[in-house]
Design a protein around this ligand. Sequence first.
Ligand SMILES: Cc1cc2nc3c(=O)[nH]c(=O)nc-3n(C[C@H](O)[C@H](O)[C@H](O)COP(=O)(O)OP(=O)(O)OC[C@H]3O[C@@H](n4cnc5c(N)ncnc54)[C@H](O)[C@@H]3O)c2cc1C
Ligand code: FES
Length: 347
Amino acid sequence: MKTYFLQVQKIVRETEDTVSIHFWHPISEQIKYKAGQFLTVLIPGSDGKKVRRSYSMSSSPATDSSVAITVKRVEGGLASNYLNDRLREGDFLEVIEPMGRFVYEPEEPHHGSLVLIGAGSGITPLFSILKTVLKTTDRKILLIYGNRDEENIIFKERLQQLESEYARRFTVVYILSRPSGVWVGHRGRIHQANGVWFMKENRVDFKNDYFYMCGPEEMMDQMQKIYKLFEVPAEHIFYERFNAPAQEEEEHLPDLKKQTVTVHYDGETHVFEVEPHQTILEAALELDIDLPYSCQAGMCTACLGKCLEGTVKMDEDEGLTEKEIAEGYVLTCVSRPMSEGVVIEID
Ligand SMILES: Cc1cc2nc3c(=O)[nH]c(=O)nc-3n(C[C@H](O)[C@H](O)[C@H](O)COP(=O)(O)OP(=O)(O)OC[C@H]3O[C@@H](n4cnc5c(N)ncnc54)[C@H](O)[C@@H]3O)c2cc1C
Ligand code: FES
């Protein structure tokens, strides 16, 4: 994976606990990315090792000259607090090249409107997608956007500007879970019933429109019910997870044994043992074997490999399509060897 040292051009405080960090492109090349993708930042951890965290780009390749990420503070969180409090303009940050499949593909000849559904920091990739689509197409966009209160609406002013600039094509429905007394808009969280109401009120065409969502798991589960109810085609639904879904412990602890695994990566062959409590990536990292990874939770696909021999079980396979799973692709960060002689090839 390619890494860059990017210089911070500008830090913009969006809300009390959220900053946007704008980077200069490297002098030698422009960073190429698609709307909706993320960067992985490398931050020094307490044990001297670098900690990796993914942040979606809030900038748009179509409208913004700098590359930006937007980071919301997580209580006690290592990277989000470092980026909110310690990073300064002019500093350099090591990042891994853009990745991710939650993208708007401009080359695909889609015609339907877009329905973007987001809450809290989940607005970040949606903001990039919406700026790109407004600028480069004539498609309509409905954004359903949940937050705690008025003060926590990230990009509030810029969304208002875009709503007036693209008045015929862009609508935002705000919903706040703990608004002030003067709030006259929608109250509560985004769920199935109000989701259907917002969509019907805005004449969403469930068969032809495209749905992009990013937010808490509960919100995404509720939206999936709507898609099922109105038979939205599966290829019209896109989602990004910032957190790993809750695991059911028992289900993921079958009769695992210590196994020897072979991984081919970057012209080298690594043979190592994976203990029953480890995933293949965890075992490799413990031995300082340098394999690609980012989120370590089955969400970003940075650790994608193909299982050439043996069998593995993935704790979580939502990051892959059914076709990829059928072809033997695995995510090493959530994969456990289930047989002897597992061989994995990473591109
Ligand atoms: C593909 C992808 C894109 C992402 N894009 C963004 C983005 O654009 N903006 C953004 O702010 N974040 C984004 N995230 C989340 C981000 O990568 C970090 O997980 C988050 O900033 C917390 O990291 P931390 O080091 O501060 O917390 P950690 O030190 O990792 O965790 C501290 C504690 O907080 C809990 N925790 C971790 N993440 C969250 C969370 N998101 N909400 C609540 N509790 C949490 C942990 O379980 C732990 O108990 C993205 C994640 C992924 C996988
Ligand atoms: S490291 Fe992100 S999916 Fe494995």
